[in-house]
Design a protein around this ligand. Structure first.
Ligand SMILES: Nc1ncnc2c1ncn2[C@@H]1O[C@H](COP(=O)(O)OP(=O)(O)O)[C@@H](O)[C@H]1O
Ligand SMILES: [Mg+2]
Length: 298
C-alpha cells in the first residue's frame, strides 16, 4: 500500500458511465436472461504513475472492463478516454498508437507466451509488429528490468518457472514504453511467495518508469498490496471506489466487507474476532448506486 497522492486533474485514463451488455446465444436464452449486464455505468479515472486496483469475484465484469478499455470491444454506451481521446473512435494510425501506449499482462503465463518462440523473439515482437527500429528497448535491457539474466534470451518459455514467465510477460509489456499497463489477474496463478515478488517488481518498475497500472484481481489482499486506490466490482457495478486505506477501514458496501472478512490475518485472535458475513445483502437501487439498466436495451 502506498500513501502517494496525485495531482488533481492530471489523468491518463477516464472511464465514464461505461455500459456493456451481451446477448447470450439464442439457444441459451430459454431459461437464462435475454441480456447479460456485464458492465453497468462504471466510471473512474487513472492518473500518471498511479495504480488503480480492481477487485471482484469471477463474473463481476473485470475482464470485460479491461477489454473495452483496450478497444478490443465496443461499449454499449459510455466512453473510455485515453489522454483525452475516445478509444472507440480511434482508427488506423491512432488505433495502433493506442496499442503502444497501453499494454497488457494476462493471468496465465503458460498460455500467454508462445511456446515455440525464444525469449529474444518474444521481446522483439512488439517492436516488429509496430515496425519500430528505434525507440524500443533492447531485449537485454528489458530482461534486466525484470531481474532476469541475459542468458534467458536463447531459452523457451517452458524452461522457466511460473513467476519467471510472468516476469517475461511484464518485460514484453514494457517493450514499447507504455504509459499504462493493464494487468488481468497477473498473479492469480502463482504461489503466495512468488506473488509477493512480482508485486514488489511491479512497484519498483513503477517508481523507475512512472508507468500507471490498472490491476485486476479477485483477491483483495493482493490488490490492496499494490494499489493507491481500489475499486470493488460486483455484478458489473463499481460498488466502492476510494484510497486503499479508506476502502479497507471504512468499507461501506456489504460485498467489500465480505471480501475483507475473507482476507486471512496472521494473528489468530484477530482472525477469530472478525465479523462473519453469513447473510449476503446485495445492493439494491436504494443503496445510492446507479441502477443497472434492465431489459432488452441493445
Ligand atoms: N463475449 C461474451 N458474450 C457473452 N457474455 C459474456 C462475454 N464476455 C463476458 N460475458 C459475461 O459477462 C459477465 C462478466 O464477465 P467477465 O468480464 O469475464 O468477468 P470477470 O473477468 O470479472 O470474471 C459474465 O456474466 C460473463 O459470462
Ligand atoms: Mg476475468
Amino acid at each position: 500500500m502506498s500513501g502517494q497522492t496525485h495531482a488533481e486533474g492530471a489523468e491518463l485514463l477516464r472511464v465514464t458511465d461505461l455500459v456493456k451488455h451481451f446477448r447470450p446465444p439464442r439457444g441459451a436464452r430459454r431459461d437464462g436472461p435475454s441480456v447479460v449486464h456485464a458492465l453497468c455505468s462504471v466510471s473512474f479515472s487513472v492518473g500518471p504513475a498511479e495504480t488503480l486496483g480492481i477487485v471482484g469475484e469471477s463474473g463481476s465484469g473485470k475482464t470485460t472492463l479491461l477489454r473495452t478499455i483496450l478497444g478490443l470491444q465496443k461499449p454499449s454506451s459510455g466512453q473510455v478516454l485515453f489522454l483525452g481521446e475516445d478509444v472507440a473512435q480511434r482508427r488506423g494510425k491512432r488505433a495502433r498508437a493506442l496499442q503502444r501506449e497501453i499494454s497488457v499482462v494476462f493471468q496465465d503465463p503458460y498460455t500467454s507466451l508462445d511456446p515455440r518462440m525464444t525469449v529474444a523473439d518474444i521481446l522483439a515482437e512488439p517492436a516488429q509488429i509496430h515496425r519500430l527500429t528505434a525507440g524500443s528497448r533492447t531485449a537485454v535491457t528489458l530482461l534486466d528490468q525484470v531481474r532476469l539474466p541475459a542468458a534467458s534470451l536463447r531459452k523457451f518459455p517452458h524452461e522457466f518457472s511460473g513467476g519467471q514467465r510472468q516476469r517475461i510477460a511484464i518485460a514484453r509489456a514494457l517493450a514499447l514504453d507504455p504509459k499504462l499497463i493493464v494487468l488481468d489477474e497477473p498473479v492469480s496463478a502463482l504461489d503466495v511467495s512468488v506473488q509477493a515478488e512480482i508485486l514488489a517488481l511491479l512497484n519498483e518498475l513503477q517508481r523507475e518508469r512512472q508507468v500507471s497500472y490498472l490491476f485486476v484481481a479477485h483477491d483483495l489482499a493482493v490488490v490492496a498490496d499494490i494499489s493507491h486506490r481500489v475499486g470493488v466490482m460486483y455484478g458489473g457495478q463499481m460498488v466502492e471506489l476510494g484510497p486503499t486505506g479508506q476502502v479497507i477501514t471504512e468499507a461501506r458496501h456489504p460485498y467489500t466487507r465480505e471480501l475483507l472478512a475473507a482476507v486471512p490475518v496472521p494473528d489468530p485472535q484477530v482472525e477469530r474476532a472478525k465479523p462473519r458475513m453469513l447473510q449476503r445483502q446485495w445492493p439494491t437501487e436504494t443503496d445510492g448506486l446507479p441502477p443497472c439498466p434492465h431489459g432488452d436495451v441493445l
